[in-house]
Ligand binder design. Sequence first.
Ligand SMILES: [Zn+2]
Ligand SMILES: [Zn+2]
Length: 113
Amino acid sequence: MADNCQLCEAERLTEWLFEDEEIWIAECIVCLTPMVVWKQHGLPEETLEQAFLERFKLIASQRYPDGWWLDTKRRRIPEHWHAHARPAGAFFDPRSDLDGEWDEAVDEEADPV
Ligand SMILES: [Zn+2]
Ligand SMILES: [Zn+2]
């Protein structure tokens, strides 16, 4: 648990899609796409990370049956492991106000979680 870490606080600002002993999956409040978060503050070993992503893929495929891509870049909270599933060809979910806004500049400035 780290101070002032949004992911540690894990406020249920959006509905959680999945939870187990190690991870939780919810919609990112910025992107509105599914986001998987480790319950521990830090970065898991690669084998553990792969196990998390296997669970995440099931949820992501249900959400975006027409295709999606895995975004493991941690932009705003680099020290706490999390990853996004984003719809094919897009960055934000179509329901987000930011949908269609994405280009390289926005990627830097929009400051997604
Ligand atoms: Zn944290
Ligand atoms: Zn996000």
